[in-house]
Design a protein around this ligand. Structure first.
Ligand code: PMP
Length: 286
């Protein structure tokens, strides 16, 4: 049985409790982060901690603890649960005011709720899917317009994954005004004539921690990067495509809406970026 963390306590997972009045439960009034673990170490922890701070600030939520405390909790959970490869999930909500009310409760009397747990995923970095690539469908992006805040409002992304599954695919890319925003739980990229193209940062997409690292490594490796909008039609004519996220790292995409990209294999850019990302991130893992 796992040990989880709830509001200052390490508990067996079946003893951990959150109030039914918690605003995360009633209103999706909460934010989260997922940090992957490789070889027992945290990948990109700093990036996730900084983004968490920003998400909280944008929603006027008080930080539940300091970055140092957060790191200590992450490490303690990895150790207690003997995680070699896997992830640490963290969620902070605006707490449980003891009633249901749209107005935000006073943070002095309603402390935020903080929950962390681990998921073990042996061989996370050697996923067979990375060798064959993913198939995606496109769906309209009907999410709210603060996608830069990592909230727990994940119903539409869940629905998107189900639509993809029903179509015999692995994921969905979301489209707004004809342009690809991002994947249901990842940032989206295409490659044309060796150039890596991905949407620029704005409130329209989550500012992926993996995205930032991958683009930095790509530039360091003298690869050409262009941050701009691209349409789904352009994507279907690309030589390659891929997605990035903390739990999938760099994952090739080989088919979009039934259209095969290139020769239907992951190509060369995505696998190379995956290799560089894993190698460099492991060096800095803490
Ligand atoms: N976009 C969305 C909508 C996501 O849910 C995620 C995964 N959290 C990402 C992008 C990738 O972000 P990161 O690299 O920080 O995991």
């Amino acid at each position: 049985m796992r040990t989880v963390y709830v509001n200052g306590e390490y508990l067996p997972e079946n003893e951990a409790k959150v109030s039914i009045f918690d605003r995360g439960f009633l209103m999706a009034d909460g934010v989260y982060e997922v940090t992957s673990v490789l070889g027992g170490k945290l990948i990109d922890f700093d990036g996730h901690a900084v983004r968490l701070e920003r998400s909280l600030k944008e929603l006027d939520m008080a930080p539940a603890c300091t970055k140092e405390e957060l790191l200590a909790i992450h490490r303690e959970l990895v150790a207690k649960n003997e995680i070699t490869d896997g992830l640490v999930y963290l969620q902070i909500t605006r707490g449980a005011p003891g009633d249901r009310d749209f107005a935000f409760p006073d943070p002095d009397t309603t402390p935020s709720t903080i929950v962390l747990f681990t998921q073990s995923k042996p061989g996370l970095a050697n996923s067979p899917a990375a060798k064959v690539g993913m198939k995606v469908i496109s769906i309209p992006d009907i999410r709210w317009h603060r996608r830069d805040i990592k909230t727990v409002q994940l119903l539409y992304p869940s629905m998107g994954k189900m639509m993809a599954k029903k179509a015999g695919c692995d994921d969905a890319w979301m489209i707004e005004d004809g342009f690809v925003t991002e994947g249901t739980s990842n940032n989206a990229y295409i490659v044309k004539n060796g150039k890596i193209i991905t949407r620029e940062l704005s409130n329209d997409i989550l500012h992926g921690i993996t995205r930032a690292a991958v683009l930095r490594f790509a530039k360091e490796a003298q690869m050409e990067v262009e941050e701009r909008n691209f349409t789904i039609e352009e994507a279907k004519e690309a030589d390659e495509a891929f997605v990035t996220s903390a739990s999938s790292f760099v994952m090739p995409v080989v088919e979009i809406d039934g259209v095969t990209l290139g020769d239907g294999t992951p190509g060369s850019v995505a696998p190379r970026l995956r290799e560089i990302y894993l190698e460099e991130s492991l060096k800095k893992a803490i």
